[in-house]
Design a protein around this ligand. Structure first.
Ligand SMILES: C[S@@+](CC[C@H](N)C(=O)[O-])C[C@H]1O[C@@H](n2cnc3c(N)ncnc32)[C@H](O)[C@@H]1O
Length: 285
């Protein structure tokens, strides 16, 4: 066999059977619903992976997935299919709401109880969202004083959990972060690290990261949470997975706690028992 024959078919053809199998595997593993229009996207994103694995066709790849008892290849597949786009202070109204409405309310109560306000960024991608929450919590604490807080960031992707834990970002990704916050919460790289920043270690210490698949029946998050951000991930799920995840998230929320979903997401049509308090913000009564 020559080397050209070892590559997937030029033009990226994926058989209907292989596409169907991949759609089913992705959906049952992480809830993402790939419509029929995603055939080329799937073929393109997997093409290099086939080359790396020395496979000739997408059907061979499906055989490998079927034999993957450790989920290693499924995790690589999910990494290739998912969108990890995120930003510091993305959808900024949510951080204003956290800073002006949620933390000033919960902070004093928790300070009296001697326990921290517990926050969770589920589906946190490379960490910009939880570190933004951490900056907002630290700023509120400076302003109002008194309370402690803890933060958990999680994602289905081990690569994203590793990037979040590393906490190193390109300087250009901080466009839009106010200058005083930049100075207070980031360290600028020098010499070989020029062009990069890292999150201040003191802030970083208050944030821990874990790999959590939102479709799993149990979330290892410890105690119930005061605040959960689960933004821009359920948009990729079908109705059934969305309903399942929202029900689980509500179960992990304290009464009086807040759930934030993305601007373009809505919990409309789902039985969640939460009150809508602002755009994409819900409160457990
Ligand atoms: C577009 S990013 C959203 C990041 C951040 N929440 C934001 O709004 O900027 C979506 C993330 O969801 C993660 N994801 C997809 N399916 C998931 C699942 N079933 N459980 C946990 N995370 C998942 C992906 O790995 C990706 O990092």
């Amino acid at each position: 066999m020559n080397s050209a024959a070892a590559l997937p078919l030029a033009g990226g053809s994926i058989s209907p059977r292989a596409f169907r199998t991949i759609v089913e595997v992705v959906h049952s593993y992480c809830g993402i619903a790939l419509g029929p229009d995603k055939q080329n996207l799937v073929a393109n994103r997997l093409r290099k992976r086939l080359v790396v694995l020395g496979l000739r066709t997408y059907d061979d790849y499906c055989d490998l997935l079927a034999a993957d008892s450790t989920d290693t290849e499924i995790e690589s597949l999910i990494d290739l299919i998912t969108t990890n786009h995120t930003l510091f202070f993305r959808e900024p109204e949510h951080f204003r709401f956290l800073s002006e409405r949620v933390l000033p309310l919960l902070g004093p109560t928790m300070a009296r109880s001697g326990k921290p306000v517990r926050m969770w960024s589920a589906a946190c991608s490379s960490g910009e969202e939880p570190y933004t929450m951490a900056i907002v919590a630290a700023e509120t604490q400076r302003r109002e004083g008194g309370f402690q807080w803890r933060l958990l960031g999680s994602d289905i992707s081990r690569a994203m959990v590793a990037a979040s834990t590393r906490a190193v970002y390109s300087s250009s990704s901080l466009n839009g972060v106010p200058a005083d916050l930049l100075h207070r919460y980031f360290l600028r790289g020098v010499r070989s690290r020029d062009g990069y920043v890292r999150v201040d270690p003191e802030l970083q210490r208050q944030v821990r990261f874990d790999r959590i698949n939102l479709l799993d029946p149990v979330y290892p998050v410890g105690e119930l949470q005061h605040v959960i951000f689960c933004r821009n991930v359920m948009i990729y799920f079908d109705e059934e997975s969305r309903a399942k995840v929202v029900k689980q998230l509500v179960r992990h929320l304290l009464p009086g706690g807040y759930l934030f979903v993305g601007y373009s997401e809505s919990l409309g049509g789902l039985a969640h028992g939460l009150e809508a308090v602002s755009h994409g913000v819900y409160r457990r009564p």
